[in-house]
Write a protein that binds this ligand. Structure first.
Ligand code: ZN
Length: 270
């Protein structure tokens, strides 16, 4: 028998989009693409025979506690599509740091912090309780919510335009064929946002390996690390109106239009 060929990338993407990125039975990530009729029987990768399952549901199916009928029904009406979200809930420890490209942020147990605020809105917040609790809201350039993390549960809205892959420690969210919206490395002690392109209050923010950049203000930070161990509820820097403690502060100067800032950011900082 010839070796089993890999499932081609475009077919994998189609299966993820069809199932709404989460397990067809329970909506959880990470998932694997499984054959409903075993590959050894059908000897082909056929879209209709492929389904996304999490490891736990796959185990239930293999053990016979979940019927093939249930998997077929879930393939027709995947959980994430009917509930409008796929979710991923990493287990974080209480020793926790977050970095945005080359800029790192940390604090002591018991404290909360927000790396930055825009007009008083803090899109990314970390609370170090008995476990780290992370919240984030990522909006696309039109202001629609693309990805949210609600108390460490990543939530993704199913869309045929998106692709979301979680493989090992790496989470990648892309729009269209290749535009990366979010690329993060996640472990129990760290989230490193390697790349993000999003907006807060329609204000574009770009994160890449160099750091964090606010194209409208032509300001950014790179190769820095911040530690707010002696402060609770710290916002490290803010743009526009703000309140509370902060390390840095700069004003939103709309010298460049939002659209021009986006276009420049997307062109020059890939
Ligand atoms: Zn599942």
């Amino acid at each position: 028998m010839s070796p089993r060929p890999p499932i081609p990338d475009p077919l994998q993407r189609r299966v993820r989009q069809h199932c709404g990125y989460g397990c067809a039975l329970c909506g959880r990530m990470p998932t694997q693409i499984e054959h409903i009729e075993p590959y050894s029987k059908v000897l082909e990768h056929n879209f209709e025979n492929l389904v996304l399952l999490c490891l736990e549901c796959h185990g239930e199916v293999t053990a016979g506690r979940q019927s093939k009928r249930a998997v077929l029904d879930a393939r027709d009406k995947p959980f994430s599509v009917s509930k409008d979200r796929a979710h991923y809930s990493p287990r974080l420890g209480n020793q926790f740091a977050v970095s945005l490209g080359s800029v790192g942020f940390s604090s002591a147990i018991g404290n909360s912090f927000a790396p930055f605020s825009v007009n008083g809105i803090k899109p990314l917040k970390i609370s170090l309780l008995d476990r780290a609790v992370v919240s984030l809201r990522v909006f696309d350039r039109s202001g629609s919510l693309a990805v949210s993390i609600v108390e460490t549960v990543f939530q993704f809205v199913p869309s045929k335009l998106w692709d979301i892959r979680l493989s090992g420690t790496r989470l990648k969210v892309s729009y269209g064929m290749r535009k990366i919206v979010l690329d993060a490395e996640i472990s129990n002690s760290n989230i490193n946002f390697r790349a993000m392109r999003f907006s807060v209050d329609k204000f574009p923010i770009v994160v890449d390996k160099d750091g964090i950049m606010f194209p409208n203000t032509k300001n950014g930070f790179s190769k820095l690390s911040f530690d707010a161990t002696s402060h609770n509820d710290m916002t490290f820097f803010s743009i526009g109106a703000s309140d509370g403690q902060r390390v840095f502060d700069f004003n939103y100067v709309p010298s460049v239009s939002d659209k021009d800032a986006w276009d420049a950011a997307l062109k020059t900082r890939r």
